[in-house]
Design a binder for this molecule. Structure first.
Ligand SMILES: *[C@@H]1O[C@H](CO)[C@@H](O)[C@H](O)[C@H]1NC(C)=O
Ligand SMILES: *[C@@H]1O[C@H](CO)[C@@H](O)[C@H](O)[C@H]1NC(C)=O
Ligand SMILES: *[C@@H]1O[C@H](CO)[C@@H](O)[C@H](O)[C@H]1NC(C)=O
Ligand SMILES: *[C@@H]1O[C@H](CO)[C@@H](O)[C@H](O)[C@H]1NC(C)=O
Ligand SMILES: *[C@@H]1O[C@H](CO)[C@@H](O)[C@H](O)[C@H]1NC(C)=O
Ligand SMILES: *[C@@H]1O[C@H](CO)[C@@H](O)[C@H](O)[C@H]1NC(C)=O
Ligand SMILES: *[C@@H]1O[C@H](CO)[C@@H](O)[C@H](O)[C@H]1NC(C)=O
Ligand SMILES: *[C@@H]1O[C@H](CO)[C@@H](O)[C@H](O)[C@H]1NC(C)=O
Ligand SMILES: *[C@@H]1O[C@H](CO)[C@@H](O)[C@H](O)[C@H]1NC(C)=O
Ligand SMILES: *[C@@H]1O[C@H](CO)[C@@H](O)[C@H](O)[C@H]1NC(C)=O
Ligand SMILES: *[C@@H]1O[C@H](CO)[C@@H](O)[C@H](O)[C@H]1NC(C)=O
Ligand SMILES: CC(=O)N[C@H]1CO[C@H](CO)[C@@H](O)[C@@H]1O
Length: 404
């Protein structure tokens, strides 16, 4: 053992005592966390079940407060979990002092106002759920500083402005929910840097412009993409068909144009496809009908055309819903359709189909609705985002109609 054998322990002692002194003098500790939470509590204007009022008492340890979790190692607050308590109020800059916070869940409350920049100090955040409150203002660009973030839920608020391209910094992000806000502008190309993304849900905003052509090039883990109810135009970029893990793809009610490429058949895990209410044209590539996991094919209200071939549904044993109404398809109703034993809904009205409904329709014992020519829409799709599994539902089913 050389000189370092004696020097090293000595150096550590010296370092520790200097560092230790700084630590107790200015470093945040559990008292800081208590003050931060008391500041939050004091700006809660409505607490209908008096949960914070009765429980967040100054005589109890902050680590025993309802919704608060402390880490065992540092005795600092690591999680704040207060969803659905009916709380109303604003978020104070003090919250940014919870420097060990990894989990912040205040969803389903009535918090409002804008978010203070001090929250950018929460560098350890992995989970941030502000969904279903009344936050307004722009999504702050400093959200890009949450480099550990895996899940971000800002849906069902009143956020305005554009999606900040700094979100492209969140390299660990797996879930991004921004639906049901008032966001505008185009989807930033930086989203294409989120290579761990599994769920990207941007429904029901005012997003417009083209999808950046290579935006999906590196999103190879994407399982759910929903851009429904926006104003997105242009073609569906071919890079989308590299996302081979896609289970749920919903682009309906936009202004997408062009035809569907043969590469759509590369999405072999696809379970639900919603493309209705766009300006898509041309024929549907047969590769789509090779995706045997498909349960929902919803293409109505486009300009799609082509002759339906009798065997096109041979490989879709799980199909539950087929909607191709209000397009320009021609030919006869394919008899292979009646091999899809689980079919519940068939919509083919307002096309240029000919002939009659084949008698095999009687083989479909699950059938609830077969709209041949009746001009009516009576289903509404939704993705149950709270279910651990993929599920779909429908509403407004008035009656079973079997006509042509
Ligand atoms: C926390 O830090 C403050 C100074 O910032 C100090 O007065 C207090 O004693 C510390 N509390 C604990 C529990 O270490
Ligand atoms: C606050 O709530 C927690 C969790 O329900 C409970 O363990 C604790 O005893 C409560 N504290 C007070 C002071 O009511
Ligand atoms: C916590 O944050 C507030 C506001 O950002 C600040 O004024 C305060 O000094 C911070 N520190 C402590 C220990 O509360
Ligand atoms: C929002 O939260 C309220 C109150 O908890 C709840 O009733 C409502 O269903 C929630 N809405 C959504 C869209 O989750
Ligand atoms: C993005 O990350 C880089 C490095 O990780 C950092 O320097 C930069 O400040 C971050 N940008 C934002 C907006 O947080
Ligand atoms: C959202 O913001 C707009 C404009 O600021 C306002 O008119 C509207 O009432 C807000 N909606 C909600 C649900 O807070
Ligand atoms: C994506 O990340 C790369 C490398 O970190 C960076 O050079 C590029 O500017 C980023 N692209 C966008 C659109 O943010
Ligand atoms: C689709 O799959 C084929 C065969 O596996 C492959 O050659 C092609 O590059 C894929 N296309 C896309 C857009 O991923
Ligand atoms: C459908 O799959 C079969 C069997 O894997 C294959 O032979 C055929 O070429 C595929 N058809 C299309 C249009 O992709
Ligand atoms: C429909 O059922 C009948 C009798 O059960 C059977 O002969 C026929 O092959 C079935 N047709 C189809 C398309 O499955
Ligand atoms: C989710 O799917 C798994 C595997 O398919 C199944 O075992 C489980 O029962 C499903 N859960 C629900 C709530 O449907
Ligand atoms: C084609 C289609 O369904 N368009 C609808 C899209 O959504 C807007 C409302 O956001 C409706 O007005 C359109 O009719």
């Amino acid at each position: 053992m050389g000189k370092t054998g004696f020097l090293l322990p000595l150096m550590i002692v010296v370092l520790l005592s200097t560092f230790g002194a700084t630590l107790s003098a200015d470093s945040p500790n559990i008292t800081t966390d208590r003050l931060a939470l008391l500041a939050l509590k004091s700006h809660v204007t409505h607490d209908p079940r008096n949960l914070l009022g009765s429980n967040w008492s100054t005589s109890a340890s902050v680590c025993n407060w309802i919704g608060v979790t402390c880490g065992s190692r540092h005795q600092r607050v690591t999680a704040l979990n207060i969803p659905g308590m009916g709380l109303t109020g604003t978020i104070q800059s003090h919250l940014g002092n919870l420097s060990f916070l990894a989990w912040l869940d205040i969803r389903h409350n009535g918090f409002h106002g804008s978010l203070p920049i001090e929250l950018a100090n929460l560098r350890r955040l992995k989970y941030l759920d502000f969904a279903n409150n009344s936050f307004s203002g722009e999504i702050p660009s400093w959200f890009g500083s949450f480099t550990q973030l895996q899940r971000l839920y800002l849906d069902d608020n009143n956020f305005t402005g554009v999606i900040p391209s700094t979100l492209g910094n969140l390299s660990k992000l797996e879930t991004l929910f921004l639906h049901n806000n008032n966001l505008k502008g185009s989807i930033p190309a930086a989203v294409g840097n989120l290579s761990n993304l599994k769920w990207l849900i941007l429904d029901n905003n005012y997003l417009s412009g083209h999808l950046p052509s290579g935006v999906f090039d590196h999103l190879s883990k994407l399982q759910a993409l929903s851009l429904t109810w926006n104003q997105i135009s242009g073609r569906i970029p071919n890079s989308l068909f590299k996302c081979k893990e896609l289970v749920y793809l919903s682009l309906h009610n936009n202004s997408l144009e062009g035809s569907l490429p043969i590469e759509i058949g590369n999405l072999t895990m696809l379970n639900q496809l919603y493309l209705y209410g766009n300006n898509l044209e041309g024929s549907i590539p047969l590769s789509l009908f090779n995706i045997s996991s498909l349960q929902v094919i919803s293409l109505e209200l486009n300009k799609l055309s082509g002759h339906l071939s009798s065997d096109m549904f041979d490989f879709l044993p799980r199909l539950l819903l087929l909607s191709m109404s209000e397009n320009q398809f021609s030919g006869k109703i394919p008899t292979s359709l009646f091999k899809c034993k689980e079919l519940e809904f068939i919509y083919l009205y307002n096309n240029q189909l000919e002939g009659t409904v084949p008698s095999e329709v009687a083989n479909l014992t699950s059938l609830k609705s077969f709209h041949g020519i009746i001009l009516r829409r009576c289903f509404h799709d939704y993705l149950d985002l709270n279910s651990p599994n993929w599920s779909w539902g429908y509403a407004n089913m008035d009656e079973v109609v079997t006509t042509m």
